[in-house]
Write a protein that binds this ligand. Sequence first.
Ligand code: ADP
Ligand code: MG
Length: 351
Amino acid sequence: MRTLAKRHYWLSLSIAALLLLSGACSRELPSQYFRMLAFGTIMELEVIGVDPQTAQKAHQALQHDFDLMHKAWHAWEPGPVGRINQYIREGKPLAAPPSVLPLLRLSRDLAEKSDHLFDPGIGKLIALWGFQSSELKPHAPPEKEAIEAILEQHPSIQDVHLDGMHITCDNPAVQLDFGAVGKGYGVDRAIERLKEMGIGNAIVNAGGDLRAIGSRAGNPWRIAIRDPDGGGIFALLSVTGDESVFTSGNYERNFSWGGKLYHHIIDPRTGYPAKDSASVTVIHSDAATADAAATALFVAGPKDWHRIAKQMGIKYVLLIDTEGRAYMNPAMRERLKLQKTPREIIISDPL
Ligand code: ADP
Ligand code: MG
């Protein structure tokens, strides 16, 4: 995970605005709102109908947990994942740090279901492109030969073997980078913590990617989905109960060089930024799966998203391609209130 990134500030602001808007209609229960910094983004917590002391406690607990998670899962700073990467590079076995083991297990499973379009073992490629850097400056893209040299070694999280607490890896080209799933996994842990504290109505928003539980004083949580072209609102969405909404977009983190835009979602098959998709939004119960799936379906693109979504058990998808076409499954179409008329809407078979 990175330390600093250009994030969905716009989107989170718009979400805050929308939440405030719906708050105006629900006077009965107070809403409390907190901001924290983690995973290179601003994390927002909103709780409803909770006394101020409990809300403060929840805020402190989450900030503390996020700090720990950020440190544990950062691929490029000293810490447990950094240590695993060092041992993998040196071809040595190690005892799995408990703070990483569940994320590693889940990631292996999600990678397999995604046909490895989501694969946290490709950290070397991410680093080669410079996307691990906390300050992303325009620079020449890597040489074709350098990309091919990594691809020839086929790094994949599948090469990381777990035997109880023991980690071995038979491919020194593997470098773990949980950037596409860690934030979602962290949001899940935060929601779990809130539930343990007896908080039933809350939203944890990680720069536009979020999980919401309960309701907003009986009203659904209202979410804005950003238009990847121009940054307005593409659609609105209502969420109640317990759902996560995650988006991967080419506008998140990128640089321009020689008139071309290079973004941070890398196709593990080619070693280059994934083509054809501009953004993918996924709704799912848990945030870790939604996060990994948004990345995987972005890489899958207009041709393959439906097949991969099925394999990953995803029921709601919106994919906007680089030419402004919107692909979605019928159930997603029913939930979206479009704010923009896309160039074309393509409704798939049900998921
Ligand atoms: P964001 O974190 O901006 O919401 P993603 O969830 O799609 O976006 O995560 C992108 C990050 O994940 C990249 O910055 C990189 O660290 C890592 N990554 C890029 N491509 C892949 C991939 N195909 N599989 C797994 N991780 C990836
Ligand atoms: Mg992701």
